[in-house]
Design a protein around this ligand. Sequence first.
Ligand code: GMT
Length: 377
Amino acid sequence: MKIGIVCYPTFGGSGVVATELGMALAKKGHEIHFITYSQPVRLNPLTGNIYYHEVQVSDYPLFDYTPYELVLTSKLVDVAKYEGLDLVHAHYAIPHASAAYMAKQILASEGIHLPFITTLHGTDITLVGRDASFAPVITFAINQSDAVTAVSEDLRKDTLTHFKVNREIEVIPNFISLERYGKSDFNALRKIHAPNGERILMHISNFRPVKRVEDVVKIFAQVRKHMPAKLILVGDGPERNRIEALCRTLGTCHDTKFLGKIKSTETVLGIADLFLLPSKTESFGLAALEAMTSGVPVISTNTGGLPEVNVDGVTGFLSDVGDVKSMANNAMKILESEETHRVFKQNALNQAHKFDINRILPQYEHLYDEVMATASV
Ligand code: GMT
């Protein structure tokens, strides 16, 4: 099949999922065309069957705001026509689903049928999408998609609650390529970051307010009062300065390291003893799944789709948003005994296997087949 993938090419989970999906499909023999404004961070362009089409946005002096959606639409039409795409898979509704809809209409006027699938990832529904300035377009694009998927049951329900959706939404959870994990020996790296055998707590995110990174720092400050520990923060974003200031106030700077953005998180997760994800909302929590795949238990909130990934009392613990005390206590419960830590680590790994890409990929392929079959009727 020839599939066009539209996604955000950045470090965000939706772009990562879209890229990993495209690369796995390419490996299975599908021809995959990424249509984005820059090379997706996780994309290996040398992979066979992978093509990259850059959406070039020019700045006209007339425009205060460059109409990216129109440029993307034109690019989609161009790629669909000249590469002979069978379908488009739009990851993240805004503005990808509506651009795909418009491209579909333009192509239809030329007698070409291009179905499109929309995958909802979270903030397109839970935060941005609900804004009155986007909601009518999102609702329309969802209803006009040839198929719609959500990355968790919670996101599916949330979408149906907040938008007037008159169609089915299928849940296809996010996934993990297990083959990328368990390849390195992390002992040397661990020694660098925790030279005296300290426990390592880790957080990975884009440091947006929704991630509540300040709670990560507060949890760590509590844990460190009870045991020698280090905090490693991976990623970067708007909250970074505030977080550094909080570390200074709490006196935890000497035991905290900011690593910045890292392309392949499996290269660092292996040194962690515990992963912290105290988000305000999280439709799935791909970072938590990546941690679990490295055998790292997760302390998270119980919001959104997180309970579908992190099993309370088994792979880690879940607490209410903002309940720093509970999250710190739960962290200590896991870390205080070697035996308890070992059991949680093993459980986390076992749970991660349920999201093996080899189990999830066929669900997408099946959906593509269904959409194509309906399209050709
Ligand atoms: O979490 C973010 O800030 C990035 C965002 C995105 O759109 O890339 O992540 C969303 O999609 C991920 C992949 O499906 C999910 O794992 C994240 O939970 C979801 N983020 C939120 O719901 C806040």
